[in-house]
Design a protein around this ligand. Structure first.
Ligand code: FUB
Length: 323
């Protein structure tokens, strides 16, 4: 599979969460539908209804679409918009975490289980109690504890939960106030409930001050990912309106994290969403863009490229269209 080329072209795919299970690479993307609707600030154009798992036997192999793994018609609590998922393996079972709008129009996180990394997955009848907003990403730490990170502004409804309960039309956050961060919650041993209420992760600047809401080049927008490198926790995310993938590091999985720099410069298309995975001693960034569709924001395509660290642990910025 060539770097910086579409993994598959027969369907539109986005929001890739890549993992290595049993020495194979599995990618859990959203499945964009190629409708002709208009874009809006609530993400109404992202009308995804199901998930397909992609797999690669190795990085020289072709990418395989393993077919439909879960459809919203089989998930009682879901009304629409199955957005960016993630999947982890624990004790031989695969847990697919996915956001969708419930029948009240509120984004929640659901979980579905399979004995196979490619599904089919069987979803629980209800969403994870206490879950809200979008873009789940799960880290199973070296000590076996599992943490779910999630959240997204605008269509992802993160700012609607600022008071602790859902507010349809919240006040705007002042530019000089601390920006919102993603939520983190430890998962219970059953991987289907939170052990505790989700708390908001703090992202600090170089002076130890919270990144401000108006600092759109660095503040959290959506698409969290957590990985560990040399014992340090790396929280990476999209800055949304400024279209970067950036990262912050810390010594505790729940933060605080200190902003360190950019991983990916803007891609063609509005959204930018990624994951990071180690495979055979090298590190790879999976991401999407809209090059294949000629820039149509909701017709995205997953790609990957190698990602390199500097000796001091910083990450080299990737310019997605440089050869
Ligand atoms: O795919 C729908 C939404 O677009 C995702 O949840 C966001 O991260 C953005 O990529």
């Amino acid at each position: 599979m060539k770097q910086r080329e579409p993994l598959v072209k027969h369907i539109f795919t986005a929001d890739p969460s890549a993992h290595v299970f049993n020495d194979k690479i599995y990618v859990y993307p959203s499945h964009d539908l190629a409708h002709d609707g208009e874009d809006d600030d609530e993400g109404g154009e992202y009308v995804m209804e199901d998930y397909h798992v992609l797999s690669l036997d190795n990085l020289d192999a072709d990418c395989v679409d393993n077919g439909e793994a879960l459809h919203m018609k089989d998930v009682p609590w879901v009304d629409k918009q199955m957005w960016a998922p993630d999947c982890v393996c624990k004790d031989g079972k695969y847990y697919l975490y996915f956001p969708a709008r419930d029948h009240d129009g509120i984004f929640r996180i659901g979980v579905a289980v399979s004995d196979s990394p490619v599904g089919p997955f069987k979803a629980d009848d209800s969403y994870i109690p206490g879950s809200k907003s979008i873009d789940p990403a799960v880290l199973i730490d070296d000590d076996g504890r599992a943490y779910l990170y999630n959240g997204g502004l605008w269509g992802g409804q993160l700012e609607k939960w600022m008071t602790g309960s859902f507010v349809k039309d919240p006040e705007e956050i002042p530019a000089d106030a601390a920006a919102l961060g993603p939520y983190v919650a430890e998962l219970s041993d059953d991987m289907k409930t939170f052990k505790e209420d989700p708390v908001m992760v703090q992202i600090l600047d170089e002076n130890g001050e919270p990144i401000k809401a108006g600092d759109e080049d660095r503040r959290y927008f959506e698409g969290p990912w957590m990985h560990k490198y040399n014992g340090l926790y790396y929280l990476s995310y999209s800055t949304g309106t400024t279209h970067y993938i950036v990262y912050a590091t810390g010594t505790d999985p729940k933060g605080p994290f200190t902003y360190r720099g950019r991983i990916l410069e803007p891609v063609i298309g509005w959204t930018t969403h990624h994951s990071i995975v180690e495979y055979h001693g090298k590190w790879y960034l999976f991401y999407h863009d809209c090059e294949l569709s000629g820039g149509i924001n909701h017709r995205r395509t997953v790609k990957y490229t190698e990602m390199k660290y500097n000796p001091d642990g910083t990450i080299q910025t990737i310019f997605p269209y440089d050869k």
